[in-house]
Design a protein around this ligand. Sequence first.
Ligand code: 13P
Length: 287
Amino acid sequence: MYTTLKEVTATATELNFTVGAFNAHNLEMLPEMIRAAKEMGAPIIIQTSVDTAKYIGYEVLVSVVKTMAENEMVDAVLHLDHARNFDDIKEAIDQGYTSVMYDGSHLPFKENILKTKAVVEYAHKHGVSVEGELGTIGGTEEGIHVAENDKVYTKPEDALAFVEATGIDALAIAIGTNHGQFKSKTEVNLPLLKEIHAIVDIPLVIHGGTGVKEEDYPELINNGIRKFNVGTELLVNWTKMAKESFEETAVNKSLRYNVIPANEVCHDIVKHKIGLFMNSNSPLQVR
Ligand code: 13P
């Protein structure tokens, strides 16, 4: 079923797992991500940046995810990641995305509340879920620096006030993760997560999932993380495999031969991550 963030995270909360949210950068990698979720019998969140949505087309992305969700019988959500502009969010909602993130984490607290609330009002009227962000998650997104300020951890009491004032469906928190960290792993601040989880009762979201140690997943899941973003790991490995294939190819050989192996790497990574997210551990077997 083509569904919402609110729906899939409600199931995840009930059954104590986390839903993988995977960034798609092109149309090629997307079907394999959904097929991987189908094989695992798990829901999946496909997310795109605003720039990727504009590159592929909001409507095209909606058609692909919706059609595959229905045909493959997978619970799939299409989510707009890190949007800062209301017009982009409106466009995504009007074209049929089922979830959006308004990222006001760079703004003063009160302004973040007001702008997030305006997004919630519009989104909820259209049956669309909203993720907000509090604190700053550092690093890079698509190779571009995302947080202007130095890293600021999410304060539990601010998180509670923010959730109550905005009516968001999920909250992205800053507990030590960084976007785009693929050469090393980070130390997540588990005591801080526990403090936030003790007082905030909506689904919590991890950004910068590539840099999180897999052995930390169970503690994160057991403490309220219901959406787990992974982008860079897919991007890096798709690109590595495509580089290898394109390096060797004859220029008149079908592009399929170069792109399919890269898509299959994404399939395997998504399947492996979902195994860990569902607490059903499937070993990574890259073809
Ligand atoms: P990574 O690219 O570091 O996995 O983070 C993804 C993410 O959080 C998207 O918002």
